[in-house]
Design a protein around this ligand. Structure first.
Ligand code: ATP
Ligand code: LTN
Length: 338
């Protein structure tokens, strides 16, 4: 066996669906962390577009959303020299391993997934088998790269737990094949709430556009949404139980300025919510400005993007094929002779 001179960096895998516009919640809660992880880990990122068709998509819009999400993630700071960032549907091993893992996943396990229950209630007219087996595709995404850690939000924890169970089951039936992934909990985990109903998370599928800020929203719209944000009648900028709206605005302000709660409370001592909301709006606009500019540049340079996702897909295919071949051999499929 070869001994490695330097300790191997841990592998991180994560993905996001191109299912619509990317919100400030997605950015501060997930994407910003991805960017910060790139130096310390071997990161592999993907646009999980196969997952997206569990909900019916209009082809032109779907294509646009995927390209927009790809450009935006590059603009946020994914550096493909460090971290391959590919499009899931372009790497065939994902759908192949997902089928195999479906045969090592129990019906009852999938039935217990809360996201399946929620989404099937929401899209009652299209409760397709893909929506049901979505977690085994997610397990395939992760296990193909032998990921040690997976940064996920609270809503995806149950799916990650299932990925671990599938990996352990397969390893137990055959022999160690998959790394069993752990969730990665960021040091500073931001959970951004709706600007209109601050007890609910900010979500891009909210029917009320004032409830979320999209990373690509125009400055005027961002300011308008913050000015309309729901607060309380206490009229004092401080973090306290029950002040969900203000707590959320403080959280957002802290994420984009790096200020602590105490510093924020001090800055707005004796000032009203009007001043505070304007300051939050301005800080968010300034934080997003360079991202929006880079996004516009990438969208003008589609050839460059094509090069990025193609190179990344080639690399992803070569890494993931090693795992898939191992799996197929263990199960007893006849090896390909071509
Ligand atoms: P949907 O409205 O379709 O549920 P969403 O906006 O909630 O979409 P997802 O695509 O489910 O977003 O999530 C993408 C990533 O962003 C996940 O890692 C998720 O945990 C994170 N995320 C989503 N919303 C928030 C939020 N409000 N605060 C922090 N992180 C979030
Ligand atoms: N299901 C996730 C996106 C996703 C993912 C993954 C996240 C697909 N495959 C693998 C982490 C690891 C979502 O909807 N947020």
């Amino acid at each position: 066996m070869e001994t490695e001179a330097t300790e191997r960096k841990k592998v991180i895998f994560s993905a996001i669906q191109p299912s619509g516009t990317i919100t400030l919640g997605n950015y501060l809660g997930a994407l910003k962390n991805w960017i910060d992880l790139q130096d310390d880990y071997n990161c592999i990122f993907a646009l999980a577009d196969l997952h997206t068709i569990t909900v019916r998509q209009e082809p032109a819009k779907f294509r646009h959303n995927a390209l927009e999400a790809y450009a935006l993630l590059l603009a946020c700071g994914i550096d493909i020299e460090k971290s391959p960032f590919f499009i899931q549907s372009q790497v065939n091993t994902h759908a192949q391993l997902a089928w195999i893992l479906n045969c090592y996943t129990q019906f009852g396990e999938l039935q217990r997934m809360t996201q399946f229950k929620d989404k099937s209630a929401k899209h009652a007219d299209n409760v397709n088998a893909g929506l049901f087996t979505y977690p085994s595709l997610m397990a395939a995404d992760i296990l193909l790269y032998q990921a040690d850690l997976v940064p996920v939000g609270a809503d995806q924890k149950q799916h990650l737990e299932l990925s671990r169970n599938i990996a352990e089951r397969f390893n137990g039936i055959y022999s160690p094949t998959f790394t069993v992934p752990d969730p990665y909990i960021p040091k500073q985990g931001a959970r951004i709430m709706s600007l209109q109903e601050p007890t609910r998370k900010m979500s891009k599928s909210d029917e009320n556009v004032n409830a979320y800020v999209a990373v690509l929203d125009k400055p005027d719209d961002i300011m308008r949404k913050f000015k309309r944000a729901v607060t309380d009648s206490d009229a004092c900028v401080r973090r306290a139980e029950g002040k969900d709206g203000v707590n959320n605005l403080m959280g957002i302000y802290s994420c984009v300025t790096g200020l602590t709660d105490e510093q924020i409370e001090k800055e707005f001592e004796g000032k009203g919510y009007g001043d505070f909301k304007t300051a939050v709006g301005e800080a968010v606009i300034e934080h997003l400005r360079p991202i929006q500019e880079r996004y516009a540049d990438f969208m003008k340079n589609k050839d460059y993007m094509e090069q990025c996702y193609t190179e990344s897909a080639k690399l992803a295919l070569s890494i993931s094929s090693r795992t898939l071949n191992k799996v197929m051999k263990k199960i007893g499929f006849i090896p390909k002779a071509f």
